[in-house]
Design a protein around this ligand. Structure first.
Ligand code: NAP
Length: 355
């Protein structure tokens, strides 16, 4: 049932402070902290058919970078202009509601992050279907769990493995960016499924994290060489490659995949942050080895979220899955959090606590 929120402007927000994160200028190469700014803005005014939300925990996602250049990739969400506010997944708490099914105090997930308070029209998602306003079951766990493992991060990992790469328990799997948010979940889920899992990451500390904390079968630093490391850790080749990086990583995967191998094209971060995107020069290997390369957007599998959540929550409860957080405090730290995540300074899921 809808709450009894008034439709006219209310006074509910007068004593509250609202801010948002805006793009100052398009980055010249890699994103710099001062390419973004946190500015005070008016509290949103409650309107008919909307929900007023106090944001609690912002998900800092790599794909946010794709909208900060003057032009975004074809088919993706439009590029932001200087002065525009960023959008991003966030968990928040309903303050006022004029939408049936949402009541003050409800914990919700939506896509108008990067601000303290958001006025959300459920029919108008900033990030498409993946950003739909949805009510969260508090019983499932705290916001930290719901924004990552049981949210779009978990769904991306789960859908990439099972829906896109048709994972089998005897597969040898390579997960790139394996110490990051999506990669660390994908790596652990594949391991728990019985696969032999090799992870790659960008520092010795992260490599140790992958083998010692996440229990992967092997791990390597991509900066030390891809082909040599894969030849050593998977001498008979790999069956599945979960690609978050693209470019040189995808090239190496094509070289090391066995016949009938599968690739889940999840992302291509090697080309996001000011570097030119690099296409693999050995794509013909897909033909000669009968490979299946499939791109995907997690939002395409939004209807699978309950199934993915059940699977991931079971693994979490049985202690077979962990999600480390790189946690920043306050909206004012969001620019630094985005820059750190893109440049590999974070491990696990990068979040900003807003309240
Ligand atoms: N298809 C979808 O619907 C969907 C949804 C969510 C995310 N994604 C994709 O998943 C990937 C991971 O996103 P996330 O939000 O979970 O971020 P994340 O993995 O937590 O952070 C990004 C990581 O990428 C690595 N990286 C950056 N530049 C790199 C390079 N040149 N070569 C190799 N690794 C590099 C860094 O780790 P190292 O220190 O290890 O280098 C960094 O920590 C991104 O490609 C993103 O676009 C796709």
């Amino acid at each position: 049932m809808a709450s009894t929120a008034t439709h006219a402007p209310t006074t509910a927000g007068r004593d509250r402070v609202n801010r948002e994160v805006r793009l100052v200028r398009h980055p010249d190469g890699a994103l710099a902290v001062d390419d973004l700014e946190v500015v005070p803005v008016d509290m949103p005014v409650m309107a008919p058919g909307n929900v007023l939300i106090r944001n609690l925990l912002l998900s800092v996602d790599a794909a946010t970078r794709l909208r900060l250049d003057p032009v975004s990739p074809p088919g993706y969400l439009p590029a932001l202009k200087p002065g525009e506010a960023l959008a991003g997944m966030v968990v928040g708490e309903v303050v006022e509601s004029d939408v049936p099914g949402f009541e003050p105090g409800d914990l919700v997930h939506h896509d108008l992050g990067y601000r303290d308070y958001a006025l959300v029209d459920p029919g108008n998602q900033a990030l498409g279907v993946a950003g739909s306003l949805s009510k969260l079951d508090r019983e499932l766990g705290p916001p930290e769990l719901q924004v990552g493992l049981l949210g779009m991060t978990g769904l991306t990992a789960w859908a990439g493995l099972f829906e896109v790469a048709s994972l089998k328990p005897d597969d040898v799997v390579w997960i790139s960016a394996a110490a990051g948010a999506v990669g660390s979940v994908a790596a652990q889920v594949a391991k728990a499924y019985g696969c032999t899992v090799i992870g790659s990451a960008g520092s010795a500390e992260k490599v140790a994290y992958l083998t010692e904390k996440l229990g992967l079968d092997g791990a390597f630093n991509w900066r030390d060489g891809l082909d040599e490391s894969l030849a050593e850790l998977a001498p008979d080749g790999i069956d599945v490659y979960f690609d978050s990086v693209g470019g040189d990583h995808l090239r190496a995967a094509l070289a090391h995949l066995r016949p009938y191998g599968r690739v889940a094209l999840c992302g291509a971060i090697a080309g996001y942050d000011g570097q030119p995107p690099v296409a693999p020069d050995n794509l013909f290997a897909a033909t000669t080895k009968d490979l299946n390369l499939r791109g995907f957007l997690a939002g395409t599998f939004a209807d699978k979220l309950p199934e993915a959540r059940r699977h991931l929550a079971d693994l979490w409860e049985s202690g077979r899955l962990t999600l480390d957080l790189a946690r920043y405090e306050g909206l004012e730290s969001a620019p630094e959090a985005v820059v750190d995540m893109l440049s590999g300074r974070t491990t696990g899921k990068c979040v900003v606590a807003l309240a």
